[in-house]
Design a protein around this ligand. Structure first.
Ligand code: GTP
Ligand code: MG
Length: 329
């Protein structure tokens, strides 16, 4: 018997929706100076936006890879602390698009900015600024009613200590943020300091999400992303960029096992051959790499069925993009 079985529904007052919500979300004995808000994490591809978000959350919400354009959707990562609730918006890397899909990616990133209470502009400190960093700075500058901007220069583990300040100056020359700091998402250097800085720039406010909610993404979607991550790790250069993953079936079986069937879409027959590999060995490797990750996610043994299908030029076609879930509407 659950608590709900004993619940007296007749006793619910007229303004019930509000009352229940207040009870669940806001009546939490939060400190008077509690802060909350949305932090749009933006930057060019591959600077470590998703790595930082995962590290701050202590949980893998977003997939990461050394290849650019790994993230394809806006992903919410919710960090609930006693003093603050920070809602990170991880976004695709901003770049000069070459097709409709690229335009979609940049649009997703752009659209996160007006919703933000803080813009966290990430750059890769291990390399001098690129044209794409400049593009990001232009987009931030063009934003009307701009929220505070924090520049975070990541990957300083790859930089000699005396090179950090001059490198940071190259980025602030494009756009002068409210605060600039250098950190390393993977090594942890200055990561907590960056978090404190983010919180200091958030407005006072209540929690917007239950304390135990970490993301808005469904398990089914994250499972598909883990398959895509395994493909990014296994396949070379252009092939994973031409791939989209659709989870078609996601069922818990009576024996406690989770059955997942996913389709890997590529653009050409030749790519299909590469993904499957000789005697199916590449596809098998992708499945073997993804399965333990998905098992950790769902907390149960997983039976994973992968199929490869050709969807010609899906990155250039609006209808195909929509079918694959890449649509801003
Ligand atoms: N050395 C080093 N590598 C890092 C650090 N942070 C991230 N990386 C690596 O940089 C690569 C890109 O990281 P992602 O988190 O996928 O980058 P992203 O900005 O989300 O990229 P997109 O989703 O493509 O826009 C991965 O190989 C990470 O392991 C860091 O602090 N130091
Ligand atoms: Mg990413």
């Amino acid at each position: 018997m659950t608590e709900m079985d004993n619940f007296d529904w007749d006793a619910i007052p007229e303004d019930a929706d509000e009352t229940i919500e207040d009870t669940l979300l806001f009546d939490d004995d939060l400190p008077a100076d509690h802060r909350s808000g949305y932090v749009a994490v933006i930057g060019r591809p591959n600077v470590g936006k998703s790595t930082l978000m995962n590290a701050l959350l202590g949980q893998k919400i977003a997939i990461t890879s050394p290849k650019p354009q790994t993230t394809r959707n806006q992903l919410l990562g919710i960090l609930t602390l006693d003093r603050a609730q920070i809602i990170f918006l991880d976004t695709p890397g901003i770049h000069q698009p070459h097709h409709k899909f690229g335009e979609y990616l940049v649009e997703v990133a752009r659209k996160s900015i007006p919703d933000a209470d803080v813009i966290l502009w990430l750059v890769d400190g291990s390399e001098p600024p690129t044209r794409a960093d400049e593009l990001v700075a232009d987009i931030i500058r063009a934003q009307k009613d701009r929220p505070p901007v924090i520049l975070g220069m990541n990957k300083i583990d790859l930089l000699p200590a005396d090179a950090i300040e001059p490198r940071l100056a190259l980025f602030t020359a494009f756009f002068q943020p409210d605060t600039a700091m250098a950190f390393s998402a993977t090594e942890g250097t200055n990561r907590d300091k960056l978090l404190d800085t983010i919180i200091a720039h958030l407005p006072p406010g209540p929690r917007f999400f239950p304390a135990d909610q970490v993301t808005d993404q469904q398990t089914r979607f994250i499972a598909g992303e883990m398959i895509r991550e395994a493909a990014l790790q296994t396949l070379r250069q252009e092939v994973p960029h031409a791939m989209a993953v659709l989870v078609e079936d996601f069922k818990e079986r009576p024996n406690g096992m989770v059955y997942i069937s996913a389709k890997l879409f590529v653009e050409r027959d030749s790519q299909k051959g590469i993904v499957i590999g000789q005697g199916g060995k590449t596809l098998k490797k992708i499945g073997q790499m993804a399965r333990p990750q998905i098992e950790a996610l769902v907390g149960a043994p997983v039976f994973l069925e992968l199929r490869v299908s050709v969807l010609p030029k899906w990155r250039k076609q609006k209808s195909a993009l929509k079918r694959l879930g890449y649509s801003v509407e």
